[in-house]
Write a protein that binds this ligand. Structure first.
Ligand code: CMC
Length: 428
């Protein structure tokens, strides 16, 4: 088996090392390429570029495989709580009973937010998108805990900071919703599970404690577990790029929230529901929407379809599809959008445009229907994704520091003017 590659360039031959990962995935090491040849590589969108070594998450897009720290997503989705998964992603091993107890206690201890921080929510206009509030508030919360700005990747300070962030993101998200809807804040209840505490923060009223059913709690847990990490996606890469300047954890993940916001990434979960609502309201046949998505002159895309890495199926979408149906049955309800979604998926499976481009439902296609069943408002969907993705962002930031990774600084090929002389304004 070869462990090097040969590059022939301008009459010279160069030998490049080939690096092999745990699962036999291979990569050509070009770290010395510019020094040796004067050349750089071009890969907009980084579809063929490995930016780091990581032992957190493994994705095999061809075979629809996703594992956190070696554990298959199917097993974690079936058996694990989000708090266990967060611990696993952060520390590399599943927690034992004692570790889980300490970690959970730490999460609950950090759930309340400073009273002065609460006042900031009223400064946002009612129409402010919750993702903007979340990103701003993550930077702000660090101002109230200045010690977190100096935290590195290990020791009790890191443990405390990671727990603080995982917990505060939940409170801030719920407060963003309460504030935008003119409702009073609920204070966290340390006796509730991570998921139930979030639902309490969101939906309890002064005279009526919200008590979710087991089905709702399980559905939220499943959603968070499925979103907990996904290797070097757009928002995680953003966290790493920002963190590579040795920016603190809070500003790094606040940048991750901004990257997640876009409709091609986390924003797709809300865009899918908007699309399905539009299909339902218009009464137009699905073919109309498929034709728009296939038309090169039309920017319209089927939201929730396609993925940079998964080229066969997204295992998270399969799990969600199965559970959405179960959850709706257990709640003794139905959702007309699920019918439309199932039909749409069937139509694409018969359509050569989608088949030839390997465009299948991704995690966002069915997740919105699950969030609807839980009762989460549409403008909070991407915020829910951010809460779920927080363990992955923190773990990638930690790993970046542990590996002492160089500052991110890609190169470019310049295509502008060649040198020219300044022309005084009267002569232009
Ligand atoms: N509807 C119609 N055509 C599509 C779609 C779609 N959803 N996605 C990709 N295509 C076409 C695209 O036009 C291109 O066609 P051609 O080869 O003729 O030019 C081809 O498929 C390849 O697409 P691409 O844009 O080069 O693929 P990418 O890897 O750069 O983008 C993607 C991946 C997820 C951004 C894209 O598939 C997309 O925009 N999907 C819709 C938005 C979405 O659901 N995003 C959530 C992603 S999963 C969760 C997450 O990570 O956030």
């Amino acid at each position: 088996m070869t462990n090097s590659a040969t590059l022939s360039l301008n009459g010279e031959e160069y030998t490049l090392d080939v690096i092999t990962g745990t699962e036999n995935e291979q990569c050509i090491d070009i770290q010395q390429l510019r020094n040796q040849t004067g050349c750089i590589t071009m890969d907009p969108g980084f579809g063929n570029t490995g930016s780091c070594y990581s032992s957190i998450t493994y994705v095999d897009g061809k075979n629809g495989v996703l594992r956190y720290r070696g554990y298959p997503i199917e097993e974690l989705a079936e058996n694990a709580s989000f708090v266990e998964v967060a611990y696993l992603i952060l520390y590399g091993e599943l927690p034992n009973q004692k570790q889980l107890c300490i970690f959970s206690r730490s999460l609950e201890e950090h759930a309340p937010i400073h009273t002065n921080l609460e006042h900031h929510f009223s400064g946002f206009p009612k129409s402010a998108p919750p993702m903007a509030i979340l990103s701003a508030m993550l930077n702000l919360v660090a101002c109230f805990h200045p010690e977190v700005l100096d935290v590195t990747s290990e020791g009790p300070e890191f443990d405390r900071t990671a727990a603080l962030l995982l917990s505060k993101v939940r409170t801030i998200s719920a407060f963003a919703y309460r504030s935008a809807t003119g409702k009073p804040f609920n204070q966290p209840n340390p006796f509730l599970s991570y998921c139930n505490n979030f639902l309490h923060l969101m939906f309890s009223d002064p005279y009526r404690e919200y008590v979710p059913s087991k089905t709702i709690e399980k559905a939220l847990n499943l959603f968070l577990v499925l979103h907990a990490d996904h290797e070097q996606n757009c928002s995680t890469s953003t966290v790493r790029v920002v963190g590579s300047s040795r920016a603190n954890l809070f500003s790094s993940v606040a940048a991750g929230v901004c990257a997640l916001w876009g409709p091609l990434h986390g924003g797709a979960n809300a865009a899918v529901i908007a699309m399905l609502e539009d299909i339902k309201a218009s009464g137009k046949p699905l073919k109309h929407y498929l034709d728009m998505a296939k038309d090169k002159d039309n920017p319209y895309r089927l939201m929730g379809f396609g993925h940079r890495v998964y080229k066969n199926f997204d295992p998270r979408s399969r799990i969600l599809k199965r559970h959405v149906d179960e959850v709706l049955k257990e709640l003794n309800t139905s959702d007309p959008l699920l019918e439309i979604a199932l039909e749409l998926e069937q139509e694409t499976l018969k359509d050569d445009y989608f088949i030839s481009r390997n465009l299948y439902p991704n995690v966002d296609f069915y997740s919105g229907i699950l969030l609807r069943a839980i009762g989460i408002p549409l403008n909070m969907y991407t915020v829910m994704f951010a809460i779920g993705r927080m363990p992955g962002w923190i773990a990638n930031w930690k790993e970046l520091l542990e590996h002492n990774q160089r500052i991110s600084r890609p190169r470019q090929i310049y295509t502008g003017h060649s040198i020219r002389s300044f022309v005084p304004i009267e002569k232009r």
